[in-house]
Design a protein around this ligand. Structure first.
Ligand code: NAD
Ligand code: TYD
Length: 361
């Protein structure tokens, strides 16, 4: 790996991945293409190791002229594609941008890679890799006793977000089978950790609890997600880039499946421990059951045998210590939180998503 195009590198997982890559791969140069939507911020990239090996380009993955020019100018031989609209609730209220970014954006990148690597032969194809970062949500929803998803599970996406990610996965595979583009895909479960935008469950609960605001639990709170600490996801992607086979798909997950309400109660306990003087102790008194998400997937779980046996990866961090570190990070980064809290678009989102939900019980 020499010249790596990371898309969406100012977002949650992308910024953590760049930090991981720069500290693990001394000869690498990262070209970070990010349009800086509400979810992306240069504040996420302030503490990079070796920042001179990171080049930030503000731009859209749907802009084919720009993307083509980056392949030429920087002799890109590796793409790690994170850029996406990533929040299910936003996809329910406004699906259009998900179709544009997640499907058209991925198509634009694939076309640029095909042009540079196969048509123009700018770099030897055996050195190239297009890695697509995807989600377990493409597989749909599990019943209580169903076995976990694996790499052979048929796709059955049920939200505009997961349908758009499923489409992008299909395009990536099609470019491998049709044009011989060297691709790989990881389908990962829910991530958590530093720099996650506080629209997702874990950072939202931390920030609301610290501020003494209600903790909105959708439906009965018994939906199940499989949680993975973000650094573990970064390591899995890194190993797939180094040793994974072109054309292969690797499920990634945390082997960790508590119901939402249990996660929320654990966060509250951690906060009670770290902030014993807070007037909001016990923080669990802030829990408020609200109207459910439409089409809410009940359960996700991932069988990670393939990446465990072929690449020797397994999650390093257990959920309790990962949550402790994550809560501590948010407590120590109040400036980062304030920068988001002050933004009108964040206040509008909280209003749009939560005002109508009311109280369930
Ligand atoms: P995020 O929403 O935090 O960040 C997305 C980034 O992409 C932002 O920096 C944003 O500015 C950028 N972006 C959006 N549209 C763009 C465009 N048109 N051009 C260039 N940049 C654009 O997302 P995340 O949580 O870091 O997720 C990253 C990837 O990982 C996504 O593809 C997501 O589907 C996948 N994924 C996420 C999770 C999770 O739990 N967060 C789990 C599995 C897979
Ligand atoms: P989220 O973090 O949005 O991830 P995803 O929907 O991609 O799994 O949500 C995780 C779980 O938490 C999901 O079951 C929905 C639930 N949830 C709430 O109960 N309340 C909330 O305010 C949010 C944002 C999510």
């Amino acid at each position: 790996m020499k010249n790596v195009l990371v898309t969406g590198g100012a977002g949650f997982i992308g910024s953590n991945f760049i930090r991981f890559l720069l500290s693990h791969e001394s000869g690498v140069r990262v070209i970070n293409l990010d349009v800086l939507t509400y979810a992306g911020s240069l504040l996420n990239l302030e503490d990079l190791p070796d920042p001179e090996r990171h080049i930030f380009i503000k731009g859209d993955i749907c802009d084919s002229d720009l993307v083509n020019s980056l392949f030429q100018k920087y002799q890109i031989e590796t793409v790690v594609h994170f850029a996406a609209e990533s929040h299910v609730d936003r996809s329910i209220l406004g699906p259009g941008q998900f179709i544009q970014t997640n499907i058209i954006g991925t198509f634009t990148l694939l076309e640029a890679a095909r042009q540079a690597w196969i048509t123009d032969k700018l770099t030897p194809l055996e050195n190239c890799r297009f890695h697509h970062v995807s989600t377990d949500e493409v597989f749909g929803s599990l019943g209580q006793n169903d076995p976990p998803f694996n790499e052979n599970t048929p796709y059955s996406p049920r939200s505009p977000y997961s349908a758009s990610k499923a489409s992008s996965d299909h395009l990536v595979r099609a470019y491998h089978h049709t044009y011989g583009l060297p691709v790989s895909i990881t389908n990962c479960t829910n991530n958590y950790g530093p720099f996650q935008f506080p629209e997702k469950l874990i950072p939202l609960m931390i920030i609301n609890a610290v501020a003494g605001k209600p903790l909105p639990v959708y439906g009965d709170g018994m939906q199940v997600r499989d949680w993975l600490y973000v650094d573990d996801h970064c390591e899995a992607i890194y190993l797939v880039l180094k040793n994974g086979q072109p054309g292969e798909t690797y499920p990634v997950g945390g082997d960790n499946q508590p119901p939402n309400i249990e996660i929320i109660r654990t966060i509250c306990e951690v906060l009670d421990e770290l902030l014993p003087q807070s007037p909001h102790v016990p923080h669990s008194s802030l829990v408020k059951y609200v109207q459910d998400r439409p089409g809410h997937d009940r359960r996700y779980a991932m069988d990670i045998s393939k990446i465990r046996s072929t690449l020797g990866w397994s999650p390093r961090k257990n959920l309790k210590s990962g949550l402790m570190e994550t809560v501590s990070w948010y407590l120590q980064n109040q400036d980062w939180i304030n920068a988001i809290n002050q933004r009108g678009d964040y206040k509008n989102w909280m209003q749009d998503n939560y005002a109508e939900r009311g109280q369930k019980k």
